[in-house]
Write a protein that binds this ligand. Sequence first.
Ligand code: SAH
Ligand code: SF4
Length: 339
Amino acid sequence: MTLPEMEERVTSLGQPRYRAEQIFKWVYKHGIDDFAAMSNLPHAFQQQLAEKGFATGVLTEEGAQEAADGTKKYYFRLPDGLHVESVYIPEERRKTVCFSTQVGCAIGCAFCATGQQGFVRNLSVAEIVDQVRTIGLERRTRITHAVAMGQGEPLVNYEATLKAIKLMNADYGLGIAARHLTISTSGMVPAIYRLAEEDIQLNLAISLHATRDQIRSELIPLNRTYPLSVLIEAARSYAARTKRRVTLEYIMIDGVNDGDEDLEGLLTLTTGWLSHVNLIPYNPVPGVDYQPSAPATLRRFFQTLQRHNVAVSIRQERGAEIEAACGQLRQRLKLMEKR
Ligand code: SAH
Ligand code: SF4
């Protein structure tokens, strides 16, 4: 719930409006989920909340793995027994959580571990926002950045993702600056237009990965529905409308999208609008044939783009040894069933 929704709920239960803010403080600032421990609430109200089946925290940590660089991957159990993974990525000044928006993913990208496992269900608002909250509490740190780059396609689960993002952003919620919140999409074009109309300054990242339709459709089947021309038009329109730089994510896969033609394509696609290319070394996924491009190829892409004044960066992959890097998250339950 948002604060106004909670206010409505507590007043309908016969309580003064300010109780909502008290509950929010317990949940988001102190990490308390047990109503009985919310000491400034009247005892009868605490009991009423519990009896009516209200709940705050919805995730149970069932395990975690920590890499040498501090990157930590969490396995969370959802109330219905399914699982999702989230990743904590500490840097000197930023503390980022990479969160999931669905169990599995229906888009089925050829290179992605999540995509190999199909779609199970959307996550609820609570299940999304609680990944970020729980990790901040467990790490005893203020999370400064959150990115929807875990399992699932956030713009397919649009309503829940947006509401969760608003709760991450709200002062009464997690208080993460909107410009530190990022949604990554494989190219849900209608939802990109819709997002541009939202009154929130979040970052949009588009999983480009190819500059020719034939290759992109092989990698991302959704490209057959929304091909490159339509997608780039939507991205340009988002940038124009929000005045925010759109990130174009580009996984570098050996012999697939790392040739001269592809580099040319990138130069053309990025001309004349507010974009930024993020080159990503491909993370190998078991059972998938793709391999990362040679480091020299990655460098050549980077240097050529830079020389042509295209804003470009190389993503530092974190936590690969615990399979916590982009595209390596999978659906645990299915894995366990297989064993
Ligand atoms: N579904 C959304 C967000 C989750 S994936 C999307 O596709 O954009 C987050 C990012 O990781 C995307 O850019 C995705 O293409 C990328 N990715 C997926 N598998 C990968 C892999 N094996 N190596 C590197 N990046 C990968
Ligand atoms: Fe889904 Fe994104 Fe993976 Fe594609 S890359 S299968 S859209 S999670």
